[in-house]
Design a binder for this molecule. Structure first.
Ligand code: AMP
Ligand code: GLY
Length: 426
């Protein structure tokens, strides 16, 4: 089978690493990929918003399956585009339709979907510019803290947790009248703050059946002890110790099943991953957000734990046969630690050579590259989150300490990583 994987992050390196282990994968292309993915297949210089170029590539290279990694092309309708191409009938695609991707692309759409389907989530109201005054009124009587969310995709920056009404009013004004988040903030969701501990649950659905992948917890803040600015993710662990059977049973009955049934009942075309961001309040699960893709860096801990052949799983999803798949999970823990460019998530420099990538690592650790580029025979940094080290262990501290040890052998100018991933599970 000839497979095209779209994306260029650590998530895509982990997927490429796993796909390339399948006997059914005859050729793997990653577009645009990074220096790490080129070890698992061939990188192809395609832009993710160039749908015509991607369709032409699929025809020319006789691609059998396309897997879409990141959210943006999904929200922009790449799946509908490829499906409507006459030359590509029979192409298997892993990724939801534009409508399905709205679960991530519009917070208001996702909240309305949850409301219609009785899925537990924070109380909310949505406001656009025409309802600005009502929004202010709502905010003035809202208990604190209050959460403001730009409706559209805002590169992970569109959620604000406001501790004072003045702050909330000022942010609300900036989003709706000063385009703080551009078009993404043309509509604002105002929601109640939920206090609890978060985890990520990953469901793959074929539009009829679903399977659940291992759950994970990510560490979003830049600083140790979960302090400082939010990032794309500084590390992750899987499994999550507090996600015991009884809690996961509640997640299945109250969240996963109503979500998949809602997609079916509402005839929303969805063949792909659904990443459910959950918060455990006391012992009850609530949905914080839906994403229409796998998480990053969560993929780098859940994919190493997956024992199945990933191509088998994707073929079953594309053919609506996921009821025949039993997800087999390695019982060991996997942790990952992300190494970032100094200054990230604010300003940082790139183009620094990375050393230590050739060091032979133990069978218990894998280096997944993210923002890396092959340049003049060496690998250089090419963004904020540069690479991550995933390690197996029988306990979280053991896995984390293995990743930390490997990171001591990797260097680039101003490298930074958190040494306390999994700190609350010692
Ligand atoms: P999102 O982009 O929706 O994932 O939100 C980013 C982060 O904001 C989440 O991971 C939570 O930590 C936090 N957050 C979002 N909504 C709420 C909420 N209703 N209550 C508490 N925290 C929230
Ligand atoms: N790690 C969070 C995300 O992928 O959105």
């Amino acid at each position: 089978m000839r497979i095209l994987l779209l994306g260029s992050g650590g998530r895509e390196h982990a997927l490429a690493w796993k796909l390339s282990q399948s006997n059914r994968c005859k050729h793997l292309f990653i577009a645009p990929g990074n220096a790490g993915t080129s070890q698992c297949g061939s990188n192809a210089a395609l832009a993710l918003n160039d749908f015509d170029g991607i369709a032409d590539f699929c025809t020319k290279e006789m691609i059998d399956m396309v897997i879409v990694g990141p959210e943006e092309p999904l929200v922009n309708g790449i799946v509908d585009f490829l499906r409507s191409n006459m030359n590509l009938s029979g192409l298997m695609i892993i990724g939801p339709s534009r409508e399905g991707a709205q679960l991530e692309g519009s917070k208001a759409y996702a909240k309305a979907f949850m409301h219609r389907n009785g899925i537990p989530t924070a109380e909310y109201r949505e406001f656009d510019e025409a309802h600005y005054e009502q929004g202010l009124e709502y905010l003035r009587q809202h208990p604190l803290p209050v959460v403001l969310k730009a409706d559209g995709l805002a590169a992970g920056k569109g959620v604000l947790i406001c501790q004072s009404t003045d702050d909330a009013v000022s942010e609300f004004e900036q989003m709706l009248t000063k385009s703080k988040f551009g078009k993404a903030g043309n509509k604002v969701v105002v929601e109640a703050f939920l206090s609890g501990i978060e985890l990520s649950v990953f469901v793959l659905t074929d539009g009829k059946n679903y399977v659940v992948f291992p759950e994970a917890k990510d560490y979003k803040r830049i600083g140790e002890g979960d302090t400082g600015l939010n990032t794309g993710g500084m590390g992750a662990v899987s499994p999550v110790p507090f996600a015991d059977d009884s809690f996961m049973q509640k997640v299945t009955e109250r969240i996963i099943k109503p979500t998949v049934n809602g997609l079916i009942r509402e005839k929303i075309d969805y063949v792909g991953f659904l990443f459910i961001g959950l918060i455990k309040v006391d012992d009850e699960p609530f949905v914080i957000e839906y994403n229409c893709r796998l998480g990053d860096p969560e993929t780098e801990v859940i994919i190493p734990r997956l024992k199945n052949d990933l191509v088998d799983v994707f073929v079953a999803a594309a053919g609506q046969h996921l009821d025949g798949i039993y997800v087999e999970t390695d019982e060991r823990v996997v942790s990952t630690i992300v190494a970032v460019s100094g200054g990230y998530p604010e300003t940082f420099l790139k183009g620094y050579p990375i050393s230590g990538l050739d060091t032979k690592q133990s069978a218990d650790s894998i280096v997944f590259q993210a923002a890396t580029l092959q340049h003049d025979g060496s690998v250089i940094t090419n963004g904020g989150r540069v690479l991550c080290v995933s390690s197996f262990g029988y306990t979280i501290p053991e896995a984390v300490s293995r990743s930390n040890k490997v990171l001591e052998t990797i260097y680039f100018q101003d490298i930074f990583y958190r040494k306390d991933i999994g700190y609350e599970f010692q």
